[in-house]
Design a binder for this molecule. Structure first.
Ligand code: TPP
Ligand code: MG
Length: 788
């Protein structure tokens, strides 16, 4: 173990190297191997530089392998440089920074190869993810699954302007409710964002807010040089001047350099003898070094701050920094997109003692012994365990998920029944399910599950109504064994929690099977978090209900129109919209397996459910039917040989489609009824088959939908109908060139009964018949549904 001064010297040298390598990576991408499109990499050089010291302190000394880190998006080059020094990143990927398959501009858990813990890029999400990851670790621990694994700290490196993102505050509140531990947020307080210099005194707002939520706050404002200077005669006055200097002015002076600082300090406080002497004792360069020695750039101060934490309460570090420190545009308000010119880089290279052609060498230009640096890196605690990505065995999913059948049910009800059956049993599957809902647990039918499995909290808390013997349908006991995580209303939190739970197998080595319930329209409220959860390959199931306009009198404001398209377009999410509960049970069983498949094969699952009660079919669940349901469609009524019209429906409009088929049957021949359980799976199967045929000519692979539509005569018309945007099914006509009338919902907000609204939006039986008539030759359809 190196002595303290020696350790600090090695760490500072490595931090300088990290700054060099990260800047060189960006420079290389812009000037040496620029992409053909000529786009420059803005945003990174200045933004990365802020964090070179802090991240070096963390990765080379403070972090342990069990810690997990969300790196501020624009500090990606710094992260990659650190991993390069550790030997986990290749020169080729750095030379190809932001190029095809090169190191990513924003750290990516799935696309980068150097052990990124959390994908960042949409600012705010990574920050909250660390908080929820810590809660998940507590969950795993409370359930007795941590074994002898030490608790990790979940750490976010946060831009100060990133703190504007509301989802961070939503998470903060949730963390407080759940007794958050083991979470560190390090705010890179460079007082600059993309466009602007941040408001004066922002740190005070942060400080009081974090303290309010029970966090420890550590402000790291002055580096060691500064602190030494403050102890000199006149130092107090200098400190007062620094403290009162407006952010914009301080930034501007950092940009202008030592002489400008001297002039300003002289003009403002220079008549006080001791201060003048203090600054006169220093050359311009020395004065600039002193004035830019803010805490976040001072290795000793950062190490001291991190090592001073001797508790597991959450901590917010506010580290003062200068954006672009050490680079020619440090502090300049326009520096976000700032890039060093070739000649500036040349000058800086010379100053760093780096020989041309040796830019990528790990220790080039450092005066320390390479062997000592190498040994120090090898010995970094973070580096001691190469297995930071864990895995967990697959949990068995029973052949068939059962539920208590009833002749009439909604899919939402069915969802509750399937979970209730799971809760009653003692399968491994049930023990690994974790549910969460943004304050709609009961209204999305999770109540029965929660009654049986209980709510999660680290400390027991009995349901007061129950202990007071007040009759209530619900038993809301909290305990460390509980399996439902109660959340407030914020949907962003729901999806970030899903992301954290859904990565547990790789972070904690213990598999969880998370299920989120929420109202379907509010998927849009949490969409970015949902997208990032999928992007990190977290695995979870979303049951969204009620959906569409079918919630009818519940109100126009809660309708969802776009969600079927979101379900189709969201990468990593298989979407389903069953009409009947036996379909749903099959899909959920398939879903629990899909959630556990290897990367690239499995993914998350979205169930778009409804509150509409439908007559349930009495039928045997054959393997063929089961496969049709999970592949996305099956014939509820097979089309005949001379089929003139097909009605293809999804979800809650099944009764209208069935009724229309009955009425059309007398006027059109051999009509077919196609039940579509997943437009998403059908469509992706179809595009995949086409791609395969293009690439491997001659292979007769047909997708499920192609096979289903193959027997239809050319001039058969297809009417599609969904309680959602019509484009979700409108593409069916392209599969084999059939004419299509796509019915669906395009306008938001009208309230009424289901009958009123289906008629209004043209998705009722008569609208389906009209559409079929328009598509097909022959006499008008004789029958219409009678108005009720
Ligand atoms: C959700 C989202 N909105 C906007 C952006 C574009 N953007 C990237 S960085 C940034 C501001 C950065 O300021 P700060 O967090 O203080 O980091 P700094 O550049 O100072 O290091 C913005 C607006 C983004 N990446 N994500
Ligand atoms: Mg900033």
């Amino acid at each position: 173990m190196a002595t303290e001064p020696a350790r600090l010297e090695l760490l500072s040298a490595l931090a300088r190297k990290v700054l060099w390598l990260s800047s060189w990576t960006i420079h290389h991408a812009n000037h040496i191997r620029p992409n053909a499109d000529g786009l420059k990499v803005g945003g990174h050089q200045a933004s990365s530089a802020s964090l070179a010291t802090i991240m070096s302190a963390l990765y080379f000394s403070v972090l342990r392998p069990q810690d997990r880190i969300a790196v501020k998006a624009h500090a990606s080059p710094v992260f990659h440089a650190i991993q390069y020094l550790f030997g986990r990143q290749t020169r080729d990927k750095l030379e190809n920074f932001r190029g095809f398959k090169g190191a990513q501009s924003y750290p990516s858990r799935t696309k980068d190869t150097d052990d990124v813990d959390f994908s960042t890029g949409s600012v705010g999400l990574g920050v909250a993810q660390t908080l929820f990851c810590s809660l998940v670790q507590d969950y795993v621990k409370a359930h007795g699954w941590m074994k002898d694994r030490p608790e990790g700290r979940m750490i976010a490196l946060v831009g100060d302007a990133e703190m504007d993102e509301g989802n961070i505050f939503e998470a903060l509140l949730e963390g407080w409710k759940h007794g958050l531990r083991n979470t560190w947020w390090v705010v890179d307080y460079n007082r600059q964002s993309l466009d602007a210099v941040v408001r004066e005194g922002l740190w005070e707002k942060f400080e009081s807010m974090f303290r309010n939520f029970g966090w420890d706050v550590v402000i790291v404002k002055y580096g060691r040089l500064m602190r030494a200077a403050f102890a000199e005669p006149g130092g107090e006055a200098l400190k007062r001047w620094i403290d009162s200097c407006p952010n914009a002015m301080y930034a501007a002076l950092c940009f202008q350099g030592g002489a400008a600082f001297r002039k300003h300090i002289r003009d403002e406080i220079g008549d006080q003898g001791a201060v003048s002497q203090l600054i006169e004792r220093r050359s311009d360069d020395e004065l600039l070094a002193l004035m830019s020695n803010l805490g976040g750039h001072d290795m000793a101060s950062m190490i001291e701050a991190f090592e001073s934490i001797d508790h597991d309460r959450p901590v917010c570090f506010i580290a003062y920094t200068i954006k672009g420190i050490g680079l020619p545009f440090q502090g300049h308000k326009d520096n976000h997109a700032g890039l060093m010119t070739v000649s500036q880089m040349e000058k800086w290279r010379t100053a760093q003692n780096i020989r041309p052609g040796h830019e990528w060498e790990k220790f080039e230009g450092l005066s320390q012994e390479p062997a000592a640096l190498e040994a120090f890196l090898a010995d970094a605690p973070f580096n001691r365990d190469n297995q930071r990505r864990l895995s967990a065995p697959v949990i068995d999913v029973p052949e068939r998920l059962s539920f208590k059948p009833s002749p009439q049910m909604s899919t939402q009800q069915g969802f509750g029944l399937v979970l209730n059956e799971l809760a009653r049993g003692d399968t491994a599957l049930a023990s690994r399910i974790v549910t969460a809902s943004p304050d709609v647990t009961v209204s999305t039918n999770l109540g029965a599950w929660v009654n049986r499995r209980g709510l999660f909290a680290r400390a027991e808390k009995a349901d007061l109504f129950r202990s007071e013997k007040i009759p209530s349908t619900f038993n809301w006991d909290f305990s460390p064994k509980g399996q439902h995580i109660e959340l407030g209303i914020a949907e962003m939190n729901l999806f970030i929690l899903m992301s954290a739970l859904g990565l547990s197998h790789t972070i904690n080595g213990e598999r969880l099977l998370p299920i989120a319930t929420l109202y379907d329209p509010f998927i849009e409220r949490g969409l970015d978090a949902l997208n990032y959860a999928c992007y990190q390959d977290a695995r979870f199931m979303v049951a969204a209900t009620p959906s569409g306009i079918t919630l009818a009198p519940e109100g126009g404001a809660h309708q969802s129109i776009a969600t079927p398209l979101i379900g189709m377009a969201q990468d990593g999410l298989a979407s389903f919209e069953p009409a009947f509960v036996d379909e749903l049970a099959v899909i959920m069983g398939w879903g629990f397996q899909h959630m556990q498949h290897e990367a690239g094969e499995g993914g998350s699952v979205y169930l778009r459910l409804s509150t509409r009660t439908l007559d349930q079919p009495l039928r045997m669940m054959t393997p063929d039917l089961q496969k049709g349901i999970t592949d996305g469609a099956y014939w509820l009524r097979e089309p005949g040989e001379n089929c003139e019209a097909v009605i293809a429906y999804t979800g809650a409009v099944a009764p209208e489609a069935i009724e229309a088929i009955g009425l059309i049957g007398e006027s059109r021949r051999d009509v077919g009824l196609l039940a579509i359980t997943s437009a998403d799976r059908l469509h992706s199967g179809w595009t995949a088959a086409r791609r395969m045929r293009r690439h491997r000519r001659g292979l007769p692979h047909l997708s499920h939908i192609e096979k289903l539509l193959a027997p239809l005569p050319r001039d058969c018309g297809i009417v599609t109908v969904i309680d959602g945007h019509p484009a979700a099914l409108g593409w069916l006509g392209s599969v084999r060139g059939h004419k299509v009338e796509a019915l669906g919902v395009e306008h938001f907000g009208q309230t009424g009964t289901i009958g009123d609204l289906y008629r209004h939006h043209g998705i009722d039986a008569n609208a389906i018949i009209d559409a079929a008539e328009a598509l097909t030759a022959g006499a008008p359809v004789r029958h219409r549904k009678m108005a009720v």
